[in-house]
Design a protein around this ligand. Structure first.
Ligand code: BGC
Length: 253
């Protein structure tokens, strides 16, 4: 790989079906080289995943900067504390240490929605916005990032708010729409209840909606009936990788 990637940070997006990574140009908030994807091992235990990270990084021998990794769970000081939609072996794992050892690189682990939130606020839909921005990702679960004046409050986990006696993400994540074969209208009703709850609790300036389904935002966002401005994410599937690389770089400085 080219020497231009030397010292450039690397972002890894660890998802249920694929592990994707690329060196990231932090001036532009874009991949510095084309992204590579490897299937997520099943079961996706920490050790099996660490081996895939090493394989992925080996494809970019010129990239020597810090490595950021997204994890779909609570992460405090590199240790994973929850695993709602991933292998339960992650709970209690010191992922920073495991991956740093497994890859020989300086690895910093961050919650997936927090990474997406950082990326959207720095480079994407919420660029330059002040006040409280809540970035939500609608996928298998619901991820959330609370960003106030550009500063992240990590691990907000607002996908697990209880609404009408249910874990919110079980009813309103994109996976619930698919599982229950909901129309856009019916799904939007659930999203309305969800975002209204967030409005009541936080009175944010702006909601940003990410996750794969956000590319179809035209179909459902206009149907979400709330007071607060709500807009689709812009970085789409680059947000995790870009945000992870940004997080890793900021963690080192
Ligand atoms: C997890 C969060 C994660 C979100 C999106 C939730 O189930 O608890 O940590 O950010 O899913 O992956």
């Amino acid at each position: 790989m080219s020497a231009k990637a030397s010292g450039v940070p690397f972002g890894i997006d660890f998802g249920g079906s694929g592990i994707k990574g690329a060196p990231v140009d932090l001036d532009r908030g874009e991949f510095a080289e084309e992204r590579v994807r490897i299937d997520t091992p099943q079961p996706s235990t920490p050790h099996a995943v660490a081996a895939v990270f090493a394989e992925l990084l080996a494809k970019f021998p010129g990239s020597e900067g810090p490595v950021g990794v997204t994890v779909p769970g609570v992460v405090v000081k590199g240790v994973v504390h929850s695993a709602a939609n991933i292998d339960k072996h992650w709970i209690g794992e010191d992922a920073d240490r495991l991956f740093t050892k497994g890859t020989g690189r300086d690895v910093h682990v961050v919650n997936d929605a927090d990474a997406a939130g950082l990326a959207e606020v720095r480079y994407g839909a919420a660029k330059g916005r002040r006040g409280l921005v809540i970035v939500t990702t609608l996928g298998t679960g619901i991820g959330s990032a609370l960003v106030y004046d550009g500063v992240l409050v990590p691990n907000s986990e607002l996908g697990h708010l209880e609404i009408d006696g249910h874990d919110a993400e079980k009813r309103a994540a994109a996976s619930a729409r698919e599982r229950e074969d909901l129309s856009w209208e019916d799904w939007a009703k659930r999203l309305t209840a969800y975002y209204r709850k967030l409005e009541d609790l936080f009175s944010p300036e702006l909601f940003v909606v990410g996750g794969g389904v956000s590319k179809k935002a035209d179909q459902f966002l206009p149907l979400v009936d709330i007071e607060t401005e709500i807009i689709p994410a812009e970085l789409r599937n680059a947000a995790g990788i870009v945000g992870a690389a940004l997080y890793a770089t900021e963690s080192e400085t």
